[in-house]
Write a protein that binds this ligand. Sequence first.
Ligand SMILES: NC(=O)c1ccc[n+]([C@@H]2O[C@H](COP(=O)([O-])OP(=O)(O)OC[C@H]3O[C@@H](n4cnc5c(N)ncnc54)[C@H](O)[C@@H]3O)[C@@H](O)[C@H]2O)c1
Length: 374
Amino acid sequence: MRIGVAKEIKSDEYRVALTPAGALELIRRGHEVIVETGAGTGSAFADSAYERVGARIGSADDVWNDSELLLKVKEPVQSEYARLREGLVLFTYLHIAADEPLTHALADSGVAGVAYETVEADDRRLPLLAPMSEIAGRLAAQAGAYFLEKPLGGRGLLLGGVPGVAPGRVLVIGGGIVGYNAAVIAIGLGANVTILERSIDRMRHLDEILSGRVNLVMSSSLQIAESIKDSDVVIGAVLIPGARAPKLITREMLRDMKEGSVFCDVAIDQGGCAETSRPTTHSEPVYEVEGVTHYCVANMPGAVPITATKALTNATLPYVEAIAEHGLREAVARDPSLARGVNVVDGKITYEAVAEAHNLEYTPLEDVLPLAPV
Ligand SMILES: NC(=O)c1ccc[n+]([C@@H]2O[C@H](COP(=O)([O-])OP(=O)(O)OC[C@H]3O[C@@H](n4cnc5c(N)ncnc54)[C@H](O)[C@@H]3O)[C@@H](O)[C@H]2O)c1
């Protein structure tokens, strides 16, 4: 199959959808890889690194027009809509439930749009979102430690303390992938860490894997109000699938927090879990409310494109290989997780939540692509 890798043109996006290592795997399997000039630069992969493994470097026109499978990171932006076409399989983050113009552009073009974020395992895990949650969680703990420094408006506290001086306290609300990873790094820095969770099963699991190195406490409004008073860093890491983040922290609760403490709201991409949260960017990551530094960057992995690109492509490559090997039709027939990733095909909306979000007709995938192996 001819596989294209487009350069991301959305601002502040430095990731690329395939590493040279991934390109080599595909080329070894007999596929052809075309990479847009400069596509890997933001992640420190020069064009020559792709050429060395046998990929061809081309213009945006070459990549979009010559590919059968096009790999991207972010959803197409408006200037790319005209490049969508029938016969092309587009594999990328799409997030079209929140983007009506793109939904129409995909459907009108006849492209097959497969969304990373809706590829879903039978046990409901989201394998192509998980690596970004791992990165965001780890970064949140680092950001918390960093913005506690006095010159940055923080309390002036070293999170890990030193012998003879107690460490700082980190409160993580939500012990999923983000929360676990935030806790791991905070523990590593030497902080005193508490995770508030509302799933007992999840807490049992965290207890097993973190074996007594964190305090695990049932989450409730009262508990959150009590716990944030003593905390130096609070990390918001909750998720209710398919819904906006619940507003768990009110402005009033913030008033009880220590002056110069830090609140990292990782859940900001779902609206944020505090009344006072609003999205920020890497160039201006923080603002202050009620004496509390708010760090609410909506695309945290964007700060570490080298790590994010490698983590993303580690997760996407098996699906790319399956589509390249079998074609989309047979690949989705063989793998229900990948089938759940198909949002639009042949002008039909095949992902129910997307159709509902825009009041469009929903067509079950099996009506467009047969799900029994061919
Ligand atoms: N800002 C970014 O760059 C970025 C990057 C990745 C993920 N995220 C966001 O981070 C959030 C967490 O993602 P995740 O992958 O860890 O999700 P996840 O599903 O793995 O974990 C969420 C956890 O929150 C728990 N939870 C739900 N309501 C709660 C409550 N009231 N109190 C305590 N715990 C509660 C759930 O039981 C679950 O364990 C999501 O909103 C996600 O979109 C943001």
